[in-house]
Design a protein around this ligand. Structure first.
Ligand code: HEM
Length: 143
């Protein structure tokens, strides 16, 4: 039986989806600032690996754990939902079947706990969130 990775069209389709996704994210004024100083080539390559692994592909994710990558960036639940929204649009644009889209979205939902910064409740510019995180990690705040 073909894996979900094969069904989606393997690395070729995943790469196209991730590229389209980043075009949408960078065109979104509520999200673009997160990526100003980021090596987008590296991030997109790792995103492709991440989704390939989620879909049972013969690919190992070589990036850092989600919590470490996103820690201190000041990502709110609203940012998270917008990123997922753009991804859903990219999957639809690539004509990915609904059941595969559901597999991907189901795998992403539980990651919110690792990606959303619980110390911010509203949009915070990249940078200020990390100061909040560093402070609370030093002083052990659980807020
Ligand atoms: C929806 C679930 C998400 C997944 C699966 C995901 C996955 C990833 C992956 C695989 C990387 C590369 C890791 C590495 O280089 O080791 C990354 C980096 C990054 N992500 Fe996410 N991400 C998600 C949501 C978000 C959201 C909501 C934001 C902000 C609005 C965000 C902002 C970033 C930034 C700024 C980086 C680069 C960090 C750096 O290199 O300094 N991500 N993400």
């Amino acid at each position: 039986m073909p894996s979900n990775y094969d069904r989606i069209g393997g690395a070729r389709v995943l790469t196209a989806v991730v590229e389209d996704h980043y075009r949408r994210v960078l065109a979104d004024p509520t999200l673009a600032h997160f990526f100003t100083d980021v090596d987008l080539v590296r991030v997109q390559r790792r995103q492709v690996e991440f989704f390939a692994a989620v879909l049972g592909g013969p690919v190992r994710y070589t990036g850092s754990p989600m919590r470490r990558v996103h820690r201190g960036l000041g990502i709110t639940r609203r940012h998270f939902e917008r990123v997922v929204y753009h991804l859903t649009e990219s999957l639809a644009a690539a004509r990915v079947p609904a059941d595969l889209t559901a597999v991907i979205l189901a795998a992403l939902a539980p990651l919110a706990g690792d990606i959303v910064d619980r110390r911010v409740t509203r949009g915070t510019p990249r940078g200020s969130g990390s100061r909040i995180w560093v402070w609370s990690s030093v002083f052990g705040s659980t807020a």
